[in-house]
Design a protein around this ligand. Structure first.
Ligand code: AMP
Length: 247
């Protein structure tokens, strides 16, 4: 019964979409598996580079912030628990985020590996991730450290506009959409995140320095950290990322 309804659903998919997906899967079959972590403060460019890396290497992009915001918007029990900390720019509990990542990594789109964006953010999360991966007989290949000075981040964050369903981000000054407030690709409205304010950025940066920077040391000891010059223009950062990932 389930197979039948799946077949019916496929019949309704336009041929061009099926062909595009088929070509994508053929291209992906020759790519090496990769398990990547992107670490950096808010506004350091993780969300800008992730879709590019995802397409290049056929990985899934798992951003805990996006997942938590979706849960808050849908008012799920998880969202209700996470909302207060998120509004204040503090971290939500390790157990909550480890649970959602563990579940999300089971998606078929993660078959060739993943990009973790915004996770792990504490050493405890990194240790729990290692345990999860060890059970699967795999490990993290590379940690990309988006190194950048705090002083640059305020302007990047306060001018940021996001297309929630794709994760595409724009900036009023550095990367404006063709029409203000509208996504270039879908024509859907863009939003500004509730925590992208000067006041909340302050606590988010504090959380980053106190709780997340030690995670960089945790992976540096394993010899898998690559430092990027995240203050550079997005295209230059993309070149640095490509160099690191092809070596
Ligand atoms: P982001 O979109 O990555 O900036 O995340 C937005 C907010 O979600 C953060 O300020 C935290 O409150 C929460 N959050 C996202 N990822 C994590 C994580 N790995 N651990 C704890 N809290 C998280």
């Amino acid at each position: 019964m389930a197979a039948n309804s799946a077949a019916l659903a496929l019949e309704d998919v336009p041929s061009v979409d099926l062909m595009t997906e088929l070509l994508r899967r053929m291209k992906c079959s020759s790519k090496p598996d990769k398990r990547l972590i992107l670490i950096g403060p808010p506004g350091s460019g993780k969300g800008t580079q992730s879709p590019i890396i995802k397409d290049d290497y056929c990985l899934c992009h798992l951003a805990t912030g996006d997942m938590l915001r979706a849960a808050v918007a849908a008012k799920t029990p998880l969202g209700v628990k996470a909302k207060e900390a998120m509004d204040k720019g503090e971290l939500v509990s390790d157990d909550l985020v480890v649970g959602i990542i563990d579940e999300a990594m089971k998606k078929p789109s993660c078959q060739k590996g993943f990009i973790l964006d915004g996770f792990p953010r504490t050493v405890v999360q990194a240790q729990k991730l290692d345990e999860v991966l060890e059970k699967q007989g795999v490990r993290v290949d590379k940690v990309l450290n988006f190194a950048i000075d705090d002083a640059i981040l305020e302007e990047r964050i306060t001018g940021r506009w996001i297309h929630p369903s794709s994760g595409r981000s724009y900036h009023t000054k550095f990367a404006p959409p063709k029409t203000p407030g509208v996504d270039d690709v879908t024509g859907e409205p863009l939003i500004q995140r509730k925590d992208d304010t000067v006041a909340v950025l302050k606590s988010r940066l504090e959380a980053f320095h106190r709780q997340t920077e030690p995670v960089i040391d945790y992976y540096a000891k394993k010899g898998i950290v690559a430092n990027l010059h995240a203050e550079k223009a997005p295209k230059e950062v993309t070149s640095e990322v490509q160099k690191v990932l092809s070596s």
